[in-house]
Design a protein around this ligand. Structure first.
Ligand code: CP
Ligand code: NVA
Length: 302
């Protein structure tokens, strides 16, 4: 892979090999083996214009463990924040650093950065997708329930957000059943679904009906970063779209609960369900580190 910009632009083979590589890197780290250092002598820039706990820390730790140096570049400090064009920023950084990890509000900008910098570029979340999250999630599903083949994954909540979209493309490439359940107006548009063209992906509005037989109940915040002014309207619309004991009661008896985090107890997930499934949810967070090391490795070694 040259860049990792979306699940949409990935394919089945790439996703499967990233998950396999992440599992191997996790096993090596767990056994104390951190000898693999393909980023030795490299400096990776991390350009973030939005908050982050997991993504920032896991990339900084991961780049370091692979032998490289991470340079955090807040958009508040870069001239980008004062109007320097993305393509000029890319052409400058491309001559100085070895790779870029970008979190912003514009998929188009990270694609432009990748094109003009000519260095490996990773999407650390945009308004369109959160692809690194999905690799970590698939590793978690592999560990917890043996994989995604013939499994039913139900995404509860904002079906039109970045994480949901990455899930939709993952289902398209990998073939598992994905049900997106959200209130009207917060589901992927018909045009989007038509473009994806995946018969294994459906969108419904009834959370109880959607959760019947689910192997994975997955949720994300009701109010994504940048949507804060819509918070009141969203909280009203999403009332009832909570992963809780009621949904788990109709899911598969071995169903797991996943959350990309941060979590808001009492909103998209009940406090009780979050604590009962904390081992899965926080392993999912840890898996960001292993998944992103696999992504870095694949961009470095081809
Ligand atoms: N899940 C996730 O991307 O978390 P952060 O926003 O903390 O990076
Ligand atoms: N959909 C969320 C994901 C946070 C990791 C957001 O964009 O804020």
């Amino acid at each position: 892979m040259k860049n990792f910009l979306s699940i949409e632009c990935s394919n089945r083979g790439e996703i499967e090999s990233l998950v396999e590589s992440a599992a191997g890197l996790k096993a090596a780290r767990d056994s104390g083996d951190l000898t693999l250092r393909p980023l030795e002598g490299q400096c990776w820039g991390m350009m973030f214009s939005k908050s982050s706990t997991r993504t920032r820390v896991s990339f900084e730790v991961g780049i370091g463990e692979l032998g490289g140096t991470a340079m955090f570049l807040s958009s508040r400090d870069l001239q980008l924040g004062r109007g320097e064009p993305i393509r000029d920023t890319a052409r400058v950084l491309g001559r100085m650093i070895h790779g870029a990890v970008i979190r912003n509000d514009s998929q188009a900008d990270i694609e432009e950065f990748a094109e003009f910098s000519s260095i490996p570029t990773i999407n650390a979340l945009t308004e369109m997708e959160h692809p690194c999250q999905i690799v970590a999630d698939l590793l978690t599903i592999h560990e917890r329930i043996g994989g995604w083949a013939k499994k039913k994954i139900v995404f509860v909540g904002d079906g039109d957000c970045n994480v949901a979209r990455s899930w939709i493309w993952a289902a398209k490439h990998l073939g598992f059943e994905l049900v997106i359940v959200g209130p009207r107006g917060f589901c992927p548009t018909d045009d989007y679904l038509a473009a994806v063209d995946a018969p294994n992906v459906s969108c419904v509005n009834d959370p109880l009906e959607a959760s019947v037989g689910a192997h994975v109940l997955y949720t994300d915040v009701w109010v994504s970063m940048g949507m804060e002014e819509e918070a009141a309207r969203r909280e009203e619309a999403f009332n009832g779209y909570q992963v809780n004991a009621e949904l788990l009661a109709v899911a598969d008896s071995n169903a797991i609960v996943m959350h990309c985090l941060p979590a808001y107890r009492g909103k998209e997930i009940s406090g009780e369900v979050l604590e009962d499934h904390a081992e899965t949810i926080f392993s999912e967070a840890e898996n960001r580190l292993h998944a992103q090391k696999a992504i870095l490795l694949s961009l470095t070694t081809g």
